[in-house]
Design a protein. Sequence first.
Lengths: 266, 78
Amino acid sequence: MTGTTMPLTGADTLVIDGVALESRLIMGTGGAPSLDGLGAALVASGTSLTTVAMRRYSPAETGSLFQLLVDHGIRVLPNTAGCFTARDAVLTAELAREALETDWVKLEVIADEHTLLPDAVELVEATEQLVNRGFKVFAYTNDDPVLALRLENLGATAVMPLGAPIGTGLGILNPHNIELIVSRAGVPVVLDAGIGTASDAALAMELGCDAVLLATAVTRAQNPALMGEAFKHAVLAGRMARQAGRIPRREHALASSAMEGRAEFL
Amino acid sequence: MNITLNGAAHTVAAGASLTALVSQVTGRPLSADGQATDGGRLGVAVAHNAQVVPRSQWHATVLNDGDDVELVTAVQGG
């Protein structure tokens, strides 16, 4: 068989803010029981960008997550998890920029601890302030096409709509909205949150997302390293399927074997 | 002299700078520009009375009795 086969890596690099990311799988680090296990899962996933949270320094803490990421050559994306107001999110982002020496930030401003859903009003306010302060804002947002466009117009570097609430593993609850966000976006779209298993990530990429961000699905899997590797393949498969162009859906069957030239049995 | 560090009471020498405090807590010697002298990346940041202080300013920032300091680092999350 001849024909062009897309290489699995390299030729289809995601570029964000001028930085080439080898993998379209962005990993979170929350929920892992140990740093060693986390490191193995991150390596298996092939990720080149990974989120961390900013919390009070504790001398008792053994091992440094930041050092682990540096050692593996994984770029760090600090988040503002746990912030309920624009003020807290901006302060947290400033601390992260200072501590980790990056102006990339995953902006997360949640409404309440029960749903963990983004608070749209505070999110818009924080995006505006952070962009003005020179941050590259990766905005974690509701799956709302109107809000996504608004964040982009405010200067967000990437918009990251949720598939389902954080940690639920419910997959992509509103694929239509995700498709709509992708179709109108001029910045990278990253499906963030709600992913449960590999097929969810493949679907996100088939819908046209530029990348997928997930944590719990890997860190709390029975075998995190194996699941990390599964996601690596799922993201690649979904991306390739998107670029290959799927067949249209049809109401009725369509034979793939010709009816002409059949043998006749008398 | 008593300050609040990460929400808990903490004692520092009178006239101590943020550099002295960060070095004391992390156990790593720091140069005047706020970098670890062991060559590794420090990976921490400081808010002093709810204002983020760049590491280059730690040396020049002197603590006062009753000050509130938050010292943060990267942990698992997101």
